[in-house]
Design a protein around this ligand. Structure first.
Ligand code: ISJ
Length: 113
């Protein structure tokens, strides 16, 4: 696209590359200070996410040990009373979305029921 075409349109409708450079379009910040805070905090979030994913994988492995042992002994994979206990714990700590989070964790650990 030529520069002439880009400047002929209102800024909001121009492609990002044709707009005046924002302070940091990647963070959405409008000041360098805010962009710095956001960038630093995002690094911490990336680190936390990495640790959360590692913990989820560790939980999956431990859960698999339990399920294998129970199934090997003639029992069932799923234990609903234990799952209710876990769902209640997450809900108590995190509110209603905690239940959804626990459901997802349980699905990751024992598959869909
Ligand atoms: C791990 C277990 O087996 C299954 C998986 C669960 C889990 O991942 O937390 C919980 C209950 C069971 O459905 C268990 O009984 O503790």
């Amino acid at each position: 696209m030529s520069a002439k075409t880009a400047t002929a349109r209102p800024a909001a409708t121009q492609p990002a590359t044709a707009r005046p450079a924002a302070v940091s379009p990647d963070t959405g910040a409008r000041t360098a200070e805010a962009a710095g805070v956001i960038t630093d905090a995002r690094e911490r979030i990336d680190d936390l996410d990495g640790r959360i994913i590692g913990l989820v994988q560790e939980r999956m492995a431990v859960s698999a040990v339990i399920q294998r042992e129970r199934i090997g002994s003639g029992g069932r994979r799923v234990n609903l009373s234990r799952e209710m206990e876990i769902l209640g714990h997450y809900r108590d700590q995190l509110g209603k979305p905690g239940t959804a989070l626990a459901m997802t964790l349980l699905e990751l650990c024992r598959g869909r029921v």
